[in-house]
Design a protein around this ligand. Structure first.
Ligand SMILES: Cc1cc2nc3c(=O)[nH]c(=O)nc-3n(C[C@H](O)[C@H](O)[C@H](O)COP(=O)(O)O)c2cc1C
Length: 214
């Protein structure tokens, strides 16, 4: 356990990178290993787009920044001004990443989903159960497992990456820039490069978040 524990605890989200390029083979290997993550029904409905083109990364970052600026400018933002400002300031730092990976997924329907969808219009119980399933979508959980695996692989390669969900605010624009097929949905971006920082971060003691049922 010692090595695994150290490895897991050493990984950090990295937001500053050296200019050094990341070889395609490393990026491809990380995506390949990510696809070995557990996933619903082994359906593997995920897709990955690796962007190394500086101008494309810049374009994606600009669109994310402009949506964040818009949200921050709305009058409702005043109630959470400081936090909103912080999010706005950090919205597009990934423009400096040597590579960005778009993670996408299609809709996954298990056989149970199909039964529930067929009944939801006339059976309130089926509708409620479908609601439970939709509150924790299998496709998104599967993509999250892949991203977690990818981040650990990058860490093992001496690379530093960060999982970015805030770009989802510019989902429509990013999918257009990357020419993503309409049946695929952006889940997140992963920005990656050789780390140029060594951030420290803690976790809550496990007893605060864990309970056993005997
Ligand atoms: C679902 C998810 C969404 C995240 N979105 C962002 C984001 O939009 N921007 C960002 O800078 N970091 C993002 N992160 C990274 C978290 O801020 C980071 O994992 C957390 O602060 C713990 O730090 P660590 O990864 O270094 O342990 C995200 C992480 C996860 C798992």
């Amino acid at each position: 356990m010692g090595d695994i524990e150290r490895f897991i605890k050493e990984r950090r989200s990295i937001r500053q990178w050296k200019k050094q390029e990341v070889p395609d083979e490393l990026l491809k290997k990380a995506v390949e290993l990510a696809t070995w993550a557990p996933n619903g029904g082994n359906y593997q409905g995920w897709r990955f787009i690796i962007v190394k083109n500086k101008e494309v990364i810049e374009k994606v970052a600009n669109t994310v920044q402009s949506v964040s600026d818009k949200i921050a400018s709305w009058p409702e933002a005043v109630s959470w001004q400081e936090e909103v400002k912080r999010y706005q300031k950090n919205a597009s730092f990934f423009r400096n990443a040597p590579a960005c990976i778009g993670v996408f997924t299609g809709d996954y329907q298990s056989p149970m989903d199909r039964v529930l969808v067929a009944r939801e219009s006339f059976d309130p119980e089926a509708k409620e159960i479908l609601g439970f399933r939709r509150s924790a979508p299998t496709a998104i959980q599967s993509a999250a497992a892949a991203v977690t695996t990818m981040l650990l692989v990058f860490h093992g390669m001496g690379l530093g990456a960060v999982w970015l969900v805030s770009p989802i605010q510019a989902k429509k624009e990013i999918e257009a820039i990357l020419k993503v097929p309409s049946n695929m949905n952006l889940i997140c971006l992963v920005a990656v490069g050789y780390p140029d920082e060594r951030p420290q971060r803690d976790r809550k003691p496990v007893d605060q978040v864990l309970e056993f049922v005997y």
